[in-house]
Design a protein. Structure first.
Lengths: 333, 354
């Protein structure tokens, strides 16, 4: 109970902060709901990137700093190939490219570094990230490209009879959420029902035990990085259609780090929920807390969404380092 | 080398513990210093000073600071540019608000302020390590970036949010030409390098290394992890803060809010990986490499008659950095400094096999 007290205080503070604008009447319910949905939509995008992190961390214990660059690389490949061929073919080829990349990364980076400390692997993926950023932009160009998924962009109004003015929702945000849901379902089925999925879970549990019963570790890593690559293709296409394919994707994906801290490094539902919490939290903070802080401290503008996620993750690390759903594998010092 | 150290016997503990026990090394070091003080200002052009030598010296100091934390104490940080900006803004505000303050005093005070902030953000390292600490330091990076961009007091209520510094003058000696700036930087860097070298040889440096190698064992033999880790964060942030103040005042002169962003943090990390973790010499190699490579990539193709566009050159630089990091982590985790040591060892015996 004593251990849970700080966690509960933090969570209560979060929920209270979430409810405050509505309770104090600082915002109209309709506007509040719109901010909430906007946050959820952003959260889905974070979740998609965080999913790739969690997959790789679960299976190989590598903290993949390059996930953001993989999303950028996948999005660039699909966007540029879609200029000369139909989108579905470009997406398939994009998947092929990511699988090839997974094989190369396993061969050239992971295999020589096997059994190294986590921090060394983290730095190696940092190198991979820089390489991919440079390589992707040299090969595919560094302008802003579009991916047109053919989704309707026009916002629709729902619940017009419940709130004054209704709530505006973007259809493509809903589509992104559906895509994320499908992806998670597919991954869950893959992990639970197939032989490969079982092997992946075995490796995630215990490398040595899995190896001793004849599961080929190297092949499993290739598979996991390929799956993370496929997730990157999906994430890249969704992001690209929303924001345009550009270098900033690789940077914004850094937000996936606090997401996985919050959700737990080893939990797929945690990645989804963590993404949603971060997405909603930072939108709420920006819109409701931001002006308050600007007024109180006489700031030169808001922008607290730039750090809100990280500071929230930092607080979480202090009270519950394994995240919401993670296993307690953390080394205490 | 081309010399033998035969006949140089150490007959006292003092001699045994000397910084450079071999006479020829001492001569080499003195010659190097003399060349740096007298030779370089005559030989180098202003362009060379401004684009390579001066940034190299400052970045070497910053990399040295990060190396004390990552290489010696084993605590990762991917937010060290934030402490650079703390140093830079602290020095700016001190110079702005305190009349007639000597820049050297401001420099040390800026370093101390950065050290205090470093301790604050180093606190999580008492409970977490590795990947988790990386995220905690990332929080420092983004929060401090935002703080200096948004809180008007720090930038002296400039409407643009960017700050500019006056021409510095030390004891009536204005730092107005690149060569003079170079001499000033050289003096500061030399002093701090000597300090760092002695720090890591001493009690505190050994405590850091013990924590890095195995924290539980270190605690068992009586090293306090709290003390060791927080001093590592403090000393490291102090160095980086001083480097940040130098970067702002001596190199940039005026800078925009996000001059110390995460790219700078990652570059610092690359410097110590490529140069050599846990090596003071390595910090210098790494800094030189990272500072010089983009310029070489920009210049050499132009000389060869096939100029690269700026974008291509920067993508190429990023690819080379990435590939080299992976290469060094796999092949030589101790970086260029280790290659240097191997080369020296080989040359010591050359041309004989044993």
């Amino acid at each position: 109970m004593k251990r849970h007290l700080p966690v509960m205080i933090l969570c209560t503070a979060l929920v209270a902060g979430l409810a405050a604008p509505l309770a104090t009447g600082a915002s109209a319910p309709g506007f509040y709901m719109e901010v909430l949905f906007g946050g959820l939509a952003a959260g889905v995008l974070y979740s998609l990137v965080a999913l790739g992190f969690v997959l790789i961390f679960k299976a190989s214990g590598v903290f993949n700093f390059a996930q953001g660059s993989m999303v950028l690389f996948a999005a660039l490949s699909v966007a540029r190939m879609a200029e000369v061929m139909p989108l579905w073919l470009a997406a398939m080829l994009g998947v092929g490219v990511m699988v090839l990349l997974a094989i190369l990364i396993e061969r050239l980076v992971l295999r020589p570094l096997v059994n190294q400390e986590g921090v060394v692997l983290l730095m190696a993926t940092l190198g991979v990230s820089y390489f991919l950023d440079g390589f992707g932009q040299s090969v595919w160009g560094s302008d802003i490209y579009e991916i047109n998924l053919g989704l309707p962009k026009a916002p629709v109004m729902i619940l017009g009879n419940l709130f004054k003015g209704g709530i505006l929702i973007n259809k493509d945000d809903v589509a992104a959420a559906v895509v994320a849901l499908l992806l998670v379902t597919a991954l869950a089925l893959f992990f639970q029902k197939t032989a490969t999925g079982r092997a992946l879970r075995a490796v995630a549990d215990d490398h040595q035990a899995a190896q001793s019963i004849g599961i080929p570790l190297n092949r499993i890593w290739v598979i996991v990085w390929s799956v993370a690559g496929i997730v990157a293709v999906v994430a890249g296409m969704v992001w690209g259609s929303k924001l345009g394919v550009q270098f900033s994707i690789s940077q914004v994906a850094l937000k996936a780090l606090p997401v996985v801290i919050l959700g737990g490094f080893t939990s797929i539902p945690g990645a989804i929920l963590g993404g949603l919490i971060i997405g909603v939290g930072e939108k709420m903070a920006e819109i409701f807390l931001g002006p308050l802080m600007v007024r109180t401290f006489d700031l030169a503008g808001g922008g607290i969404e730039n750090w809100f996620a990280y500071v929230l993750a930092l607080l979480f690390l202090l009270v519950r380092p394994e995240g919401l759903f993670g296993e307690r594998i953390i080394d205490r010092v | 080398m081309f010399y033998r150290e035969n006949g140089q016997f150490k007959s006292s503990y003092r001699q045994d513990e000397a910084l450079l026990p071999i006479l020829q090394d001492r001569i080499f070091m003195l010659a190097l210093l003399a060349f740096a003080v007298v030779g370089v200002p005559f030989l180098a052009s202003d362009y060379l000073f401004l684009s390579i030598i001066n940034p190299f010296l400052i970045m070497a100091l910053a990399a040295l600071g990060l190396n004390l934390l990552v290489g010696y104490c084993g605590q990762i940080s991917i937010g060290h540019a934030a402490f650079m900006s703390v140093g830079a803004y602290a020095a700016y505000n001190l110079m702005l608000r305190v009349p007639n303050l000597n820049f050297l005093v401001a420099l040390v005070l800026a370093g101390l302020i950065a050290a205090a902030v470093g301790i604050l953000f180093g606190m999580p390292s008492l409970r977490i390590k590795g990947l988790y600490l990386a995220v905690a330091t990332l929080a420092a990076q983004f929060f401090i970036d935002w703080l200096f961009a948004r809180v008007k007091w720090f930038t002296g209520y400039e409407s643009s949010g960017s700050v500019s510094t006056p021409v510095l003058s030390l004891f009536g000696w204005p730092l107005d030409s690149p060569a003079r700036k170079y001499l000033f930087l050289l003096a500061v860097v030399a002093v701090f390098t000597l300090l760092a070298k002695n720090l890591v040889r001493g009690h505190i440096g050994r405590a850091w290394m013990a924590i890095r190698d195995m924290d539980v064992a270190a605690e068992v033999i009586g090293i306090r992890p709290v003390y060791a880790k927080l001093t590592a964060f403090a000393v490291s942030s102090f160095y980086v803060g001083v480097a940040g103040a130098l970067w702002g005042f001596v190199y940039l002169g005026s800078w925009e809010p996000l001059a110390f962003n995460i790219t700078v943090s990652l570059n610092l990390l690359f410097m110590i990986i490529i140069g050599g973790m846990g090596s003071i010499l390595g910090s210098f190699f790494g800094a030189l490499f990272i500072v010089a490579l983009p310029i070489v990539l920009d210049r050499v193709p132009a000389w060869l008659g096939a100029p690269l566009s700026t974008a291509t050159a920067s993508h190429l630089a990023s690819m080379i950095f990435g590939a080299l990091i992976v290469f060094f982590l796999i092949v030589e985790p101790h970086g260029l400094a280790r290659l240097w040591a191997i080369g020296k060892e080989k040359l010591r015996l050359w041309p004989f096999p044993h």
